[in-house]
Design a protein around this ligand. Sequence first.
Ligand code: SOE
Length: 374
Amino acid sequence: MTELRVATIGYAFMGRAHSNAWRNVGAYFDVPDVQQAVLVGRDPAATKEAARRHGWADTATDWRDVVGRDDIDVIDICAPGWLHAEIAIAALQAGQHVLVEKPLSNTLAEARAMVDAAAAAPGQVAMVGFTYRRVPALAYARRLIAEGRLGTVRQVRASYLQDWLADAAAPMTWRLRKDTAGSGALGDIASHAVDQVQYLTGQKVTTASGTLRTFVTERPGPDGTEPVTVDDAAWATLGLDGGAVASVEVSRVALGCKNALTIEVYGSAGALAFDLERPNELRFLDGSDPASESGFRRVVVTEPEHPYLDAWWPQGHVLGWEHAFTHQAADFLGAVASGTQASPSFAEGLAVQEVLDAIESSAARGGAPLRIGE
Ligand code: SOE
């Protein structure tokens, strides 16, 4: 396989991040060549301009123009959540590989249908974009935990705080309507936190109790004030099948926090801490150090033996947020080339969706703890 022809659906924030990755992945990783064939967006002029900037050969205004086309191998879905299931299922049924942004879908029923479509297309890659798995420090954290360096994991604290909706005058967007986004901070950013809890520990969430809040209940829309129908913030306590307990706290109205994903993992033999505002660092505590010397050490995760780093610069020459998307593209293309399934699979995306659904149901029942799948 020498060349894969990609169509990306969506040219806004995520479309740009993915376009950047498709454009540079081949320069750093040993993967099949990417032909950036078509960029899809509803606004023809804006899509053409984005295509010119990001190196796309052609544009289209409807996803149906690229799904099922026999000169397109990969459908990359950066469209809003309410479109994920329809596009992904159609693309898989048409024989194309699919990369879809998180969360997998807006509803559990859609997520299940997507998993079924992926299962019916075993020769095609179907992957969901939990991009933070590709931050080298987090991939390295998982490796340390899997090697037993933390002993038995007891507690995880995951929080993801943003403030782009703190201003009550911030306008309505599709992200604030239940019918287009499914949920608010829950699906948008708790999805990352829950995925990290399961990815880092290797344990599955089995119980959840949740709280949701909408602090700003209406916002200015193009035709006047509109009700906000999703949460601004969410909290959850999660039980995991290996005995650990995780707390998750997310918000899009946490003033002063821009994109603050922090994760702490405490085990019987060590501990780890990560902060996305210092993405090249992992803090590691080895519980076997003598008490007189014990403390978190700051590991700069830029050595060639760290995940993904041998493709980039000499040690200490740090990476940014966008590099995780290039790593994601590399892993996706590698899976296509080797004919293997990529992780996170649609089934892993469904596992996150089940936890989000339980958090929402628990919140509706005043925080009652629920078993996943109940
Ligand atoms: C918006 O809250 C957002 O762009 C999320 O949708 C992304 O997944 C996250 O990486 C950054 O914040």
